[in-house]
Design a protein around this ligand. Sequence first.
Ligand code: G3P
Length: 221
Amino acid sequence: MKIFLDTANLESIKKYNDMGLVDGITTNPSLLAKEKGNPAEIMREIVRMVNGPVSLEVVGTTAETMLEEAYRLKKYGKNVVVKIPMIAEGLKAVKKLKADGIETNVTLVFSANQAILAAKAGASYVSPFIGRLDDNGQDGMNLIREIVQIFKNYQFETNVLVASVRHPMHVVDAGKIGAHVVTLPADILGKMISHPLTDKGLSAFLSDWEKVKKENPNLVI
Ligand code: G3P
């Protein structure tokens, strides 16, 4: 299972990159809007920092404008994956980008039908937004189950990228289903690291070691 960070925050990316936890990055216009600075420069910096796919999203809504943006974004680095919204014009753009050898991530996917069509158009990734489905009273994880099953049935090469993740159990469930990638806000990755029993256990080890040191004042390990 690959873990991507769903952020445009350079500090978070550096923090988790230094732990070797970042297989890739996904960004979107809303995530960039949260950051201070020039969004184009931020995107370039992310592409430089990360040794893995970085999804950068177009904001055009016609195939023509999406393609113009896609070719410009692709110049930011070889690891750029162009993020395209799941609309009819988007599928046209995906087909052309596939023919040009440019990877795409079809975003704002809310149904298995949309995922099938994105895969047929040639998307490298589809991004179902599971948290937003849960918020809407639907079962987001069930959508992941359906898409993974359908893609397996037909050996589609498109990766299922679980997006709009809200808590660590989403990651466990996505892994059990066999989704290829989960993209996480930084705070959820932080929650995955910690466990209260780890902290309690470490504190007991360290306090026992203090007793050992008292009995062996010159001890170095
Ligand atoms: O990549 C975007 C997706 O993960 C959105 O998440 O939390 O805005 O629903 P959210």
